[in-house]
Ligand binder design. Structure first.
Ligand code: HEC
Length: 131
């Protein structure tokens, strides 16, 4: 799986966010066409094959990308106990995997806090965007 086209996905935060989840880092969040409606409405569940991506920058100028954090909604049966999400870290090009799979338990145990919105922090992010 590659994510070369992520720059064409919808960016949901108008200005770069200081992350509340990934350490003191600056991030942008992009959602593909399948995920867009659900994310912006902060509802659930996400359609199968939805792709959501966090761009993590090296600093607040948001010019240099450190890595991409990615979640993909897999078919039922992948990990039904945890809503079938696949997690990964990719390099900035979206072609080279750093780490992937449901064994990325660190990602999952924190994203579980957003279980009412299918493991995504859409509510927090969209509320911050309105402010
Ligand atoms: C300690 C908690 C925590 C951990 C660990 C964590 N996240 Fe997140 N994640 C968040 C929060 C909170 C947000 C909302 C935006 C922000 O503040 O960064 C978020 C946002 C995201 C988003 C954008 C969609 C959304 O939920 O709004 C993606 C994609 C993402 N994280 C992927 C990952 C991946 C992949 C990992 C593991 C490599 C990971 N996260 C680890 C807390 C966490």
């Amino acid at each position: 799986m590659t994510f070369k086209d992520w720059r064409s996905w919808k960016k949901v935060n108008p200005t770069v966010l200081l992350s509340k989840g990934h350490g003191e880092v600056h991030v942008d969040i992009h959602v593909d066409d399948r995920a867009k409606g659900t994310y912006l409405a902060a509802t659930s569940p996400y359609p199968k094959c939805s792709r959501i991506l966090k761009v993590q920058y090296t600093d607040e100028t948001a010019t240099e990308i450190e890595e991409l954090g990615i979640m993909v909604k897999m078919p039922g049966g992948y990990d039904p106990e945890h809503n079938n999400w696949w997690y990964a870290r990719f390099d900035a090009t979206g072609t080279k995997v750093i780490d992937s799979g449901k064994m990325v338990t660190v990602c999952r145990t924190c994203h579980e806090q957003a279980s009412e919105n299918d493991y995504l922090f859409s509510e927090k992010v969209t509320a911050a965007a309105i402010k």
